[in-house]
Design a protein around this ligand. Structure first.
Ligand code: MF3
Ligand code: CO
Ligand code: CO
Length: 259
């Protein structure tokens, strides 16, 4: 399928939705502490979206054969790579948590995620999160008209592997805006100068998932969604929704400049 080029009206709508998703992440920050359950965070996010006239793209979302997703956000703790389902898990001092918010506002989608530290976390966890954040920024540097999508995954994987980490290849970034998941698939591990070329008006996510151990994932049988590292190693992820402009890019979910 061809990659959609968004018009000015669509871009404005996606910008607003992206801004709201980012604001939701910001709002959740104060509630991330030992003792809070991921289900409580889900309720806070759900209320926040409702108050701002939006809905969650994840709630009721059906994957390939998987049951409908029951969360309004994804909450992925420690060895969970992505798609963690909010539940009765009580956050513990030292946990690392990813919250992924995808809003639907006036029919437009904005998608972003970041890491939170619960209490005091290990130096190992801190380093993983820093490297993963840097991976997202290396990806952003590759976002300009004429460049090929493969260069995003090339730069990310080259760096992450040099730091001794592995790059998840079973989940990718994606076109976004008019639907939750549009073309193209944005791989975080790829070969230099491969893939389609970026054009102004394209909107997609970069959302690297980086592991301390092996790259492979396995999905929890209990909920059909929660994807964990196969070896129990830690995993981190950061995500922005990105617009290709005439001379570069704009990270539509980078509202607070905090990652
Ligand atoms: N927000 C995730 C992404 O970045 C997708 C979550 S799908 C869900 O693409 F159903 F698991 F929530
Ligand atoms: Co995404
Ligand atoms: Co997301």
């Amino acid at each position: 399928m061809a990659i959609k080029i968004k018009n000015a009206k669509q871009i404005e709508g996606i910008r607003k939705s992206s801004r709201l998703a980012a604001t939701c992440l910001k709002h959740l920050e104060q509630y991330v502490k030992p003792g809070t359950t991921t289900k409580e965070l889900d309720k806070i996010a759900s209320d926040f979206m409702k108050e701002h006239g939006a809905t969650s793209a994840t709630f009721g979302y059906k994957g390939h054969g998987a049951p409908a997703f029951s969360g309004h956000i994804c909450t992925s703790v420690n060895d969970v790579i992505c798609h963690g389902v909010p539940n009765d898990y009580v956050l513990q001092d030292g946990d690392i948590l990813n919250i992924d918010v995808t809003t639907v506002l006036d029919g437009y989608y904005g998608d972003t995620c970041k890491m939170y530290e619960v209490g005091t976390v290990s130096a190992e966890a801190k380093d993983l999160m820093e490297v993963t954040k840097h991976c997202l920024h290396l990806g952003l540097k590759e976002c300009y008209p004429g460049n090929r999508f493969g260069n995003i995954g090339y730069e990310i994987s080259k760096y992450a592997e040099r730091q001794g980490y592995s790059v998840v290849y079973e989940f990718c970034g994606h076109g976004v805006g008019l639907q939750f998941h549009e073309d193209p698939e944005v791989s975080h591990i790829s070969m230099k100068n491969t893939g389609k070329r970026m054009r102004p008006g394209m909107i997609f996510t970069i959302e690297p998932m980086i592991n301390t151990g092996k790259a492979r994932s396995k999905v929890d049988k209990s909920d059909g969604w929660t994807a964990r590292t196969i070896d129990g190693g830690l995993s981190a992820q950061y995500e922005h929704t990105i617009l290709i402009t005439e001379d570069g890019c704009e990270a539509l979910t980078d509202v607070y400049g905090d990652f």
